[in-house]
Design a protein. Structure first.
Length: 315
């Protein structure tokens, strides 16, 4: 079972518009609502891969109730922690040429008691869990060390834990030795405090985060592919992609693929790359199903192209 933790989930409402005109009343030609949030994306992809997954998230108001119902429809068990605030609604406006305009709400503030109830919800399920995936930024009210506490309590329960977050929340959690972290190039650059221009620079940054506590670093480098740096060595994986439709959620899909394939070693890296490549060929943050994957397009190697410049250097 793969448990995900999404501290700031959302209801993602998408409106398709004939044109986006400022200051006008716009009539949507179609609209939909999807469960949103990075851990929830991971659960969606894990469920699509046929694994059992439980999503822990704070839920509040009618929006929270609707989110729980939508999760159920996606085959995800919702372990909602009731909060006084209301689950946020994020809005995406889609123009006919595919241009997306997003409005993300800050989300509710979490009280100290609710923060504790979230930790309890994870602890109650940790012993029955193979992996705990904690994804996204921390909402207002959750202390910067909240993920660090979660890593410590998960390890006490014998569960392995992966963190996909950034900034101070990531740095603070390293000292508790998370089993895996999944930074993208920007998050990696921010954590080591220097820009990254080549694959080799990303490898050195990942090695530095290992010396600071991460046991394994799965670094996603956008179009350039992914690095896996663990105690056994360094692996590089990439895939051919003809047309990129949307890279939103590609990292979440990758992480789901990695965990569904065991969460360790080059075979899991290959699954992560296959899921990332499939995700970018799907619209919005749609998560790939096994039918969308093309494992034959993926290559992994220990012969890492250290001198290769990153397509999008990270500052
Ligand atoms: N333009 C692209 N072409 C081919 N593959 C891509 C592209 N963008 C992303 N991918 C694949 O998806 C993986 C994850 O993408 P990325 O590094 O952008 O994650 P991310 O920034 O964490 O995304 P998010 O947080 O939105 O889910 C990449 O490592 C790669 O395998
Ligand atoms: Mg990401």
């Amino acid at each position: 079972m793969i448990l995900t933790v999404t501290p700031n989930p959302s209801l993602d409402r998408t409106y398709e518009l004939p044109a986006l005109t400022r200051g006008a009343v716009l009539r949507a030609t179609a609209d939909r609502v999807d469960p949103g949030g990075k851990g929830i994306n991971v659960s969606r992809a894990v469920a699509a891969a046929g694994h059992r997954t439980v999503a822990v998230a704070p839920l509040g108001g009618p929006e929270g109730a609707l989110l729980a119902r939508l999760l159920g429809e996606h085959g995800i068990e919702a372990a909602g922690v009731q909060i006084a605030g209301s689950t946020r609604v994020n809005v995406t406006l889609v123009e006919p040429d595919g241009t997306l305009t997003k409005v993300n709400a800050a989300g509710p503030e979490i009280t100290a008691a609710e923060a504790e109830a979230l930790l309890d919800a994870v602890r109650a399920r940790s012993a029955a869990t193979d992996w705990i995936a904690c994804c996204g930024s921390l909402p207002r009210g959750l202390p910067g060390e909240w993920y660090a506490e979660l890593v410590a309590s998960s390890h006490r329960a014998g569960a392995r834990i992966v963190l996909d977050t950034s900034g101070a929340a990531l740095v603070a959690a390293l000292r508790e030795r998370p089993d895996v972290i999944k930074p993208n190039a920007e998050e990696l650059a921010e954590a080591v405090g220097r820009p990254l221009a080549t694959v080799g620079a990303a490898v050195r940054a990942a090695e530095e985060l290992r010396t600071r506590g991460a046991q394994c670093v799965l670094a996603s480098l956008g179009a350039d592919g992914q690095l896996l740096v663990d105690g056994s060595g360094t692996y590089f994986g990439s895939a051919r992609v003809d047309t990129v439709r949307s890279n939103v959620g590609a990292g979440d899909a990758s992480l789901a693929g990695f965990l569904a394939a065991g969460g360790t070693g080059p075979a899991a890296l290959a699954a992560a790359v296959a899921h990332g490549a499939a995700a970018v060929q799907l619209p919005g943050s749609v998560m790939p199903t096994p039918a969308d994957l093309d494992p034959s397009s993926v290559t992994t190697t220990t012969d890492v192209p250290l001198d290769r410049p990153l397509t999008e250097p990270a500052s």
